[in-house]
Design a protein around this ligand. Sequence first.
Ligand SMILES: [Zn+2]
Length: 282
Amino acid sequence: MTTLIALLLALWPGFQTPAAPVAPPTPEYTIQAIRFGILPKVKITTLMPLAKDPNETFDIGVMVWLIRGGGKTILFDTGYHRQTPGFDRWNTQDYIRPDEAVKLAGIQPDDITDIIVSHVHWDHMGGIGLFPKANIWIQKDEYNYYTGASWQPGGKRAADKEDAMELLKRNIEGKVRLIDGDDREIFPGIRAYTGARHTYASQYIRVEGHPTFVLASDNCYLYRNMEEKSPIATFDITDRAANVAALERMIKLAGDKDHVVPGHDLLQFKKFPTEGRIARIK
Ligand SMILES: [Zn+2]
């Protein structure tokens, strides 16, 4: 009887079996690193606490990464602009404000549709106020800790006060999207990963494509962290092993060490075609 009904329906003009939902194709994103400043002579132990020569110093870059595709204009991290204690302490050279820096790539600040914040440190989240129209994607645990428990007695403070207030304000305005955990898709082909433990719940992203890239931010400061299997500065000293495991995982997720882009390494402006402040990663 059921077969007969199915047959009659199939013969009935206008009847169509419902099509299975088709996932939208993954866009082939472009990725650019935009350098908005240089921090000269940073002690290597800041970047690699277990470095062999603790007196070595290193010039590092401060960057944002612009990702375009699928109708989105995304910033991974936002840099900084206010005269915070960090700004003076690290003696930023060759500085332009991140909203001016993105214009060099032909983007107006209001064109940024989305910001993915790797972690709350001033040099990565301090620029969110420069892009007021963007939705902000951050790990739920990172958001909760640095707007809440970190300010309590015994909490570990890592966010600048004004940055934390701007983040809270954006949430109240309905412009924060909380990512709940590891290996989560944010946009088609762009996934967030945790476990590297730079901060309470720092995240890095994998951008699928030809080739695929992992943008590490401070979960891997330098190419040397990967090459020497040497951890970055972690939330807690006991998190170093987790960070080394995360460095290995990033390489696997990217398919190649050269397709992991570290958070402060100026070498990315040598490895990829570069004009002025902008490296074309892909
Ligand atoms: Zn940093």
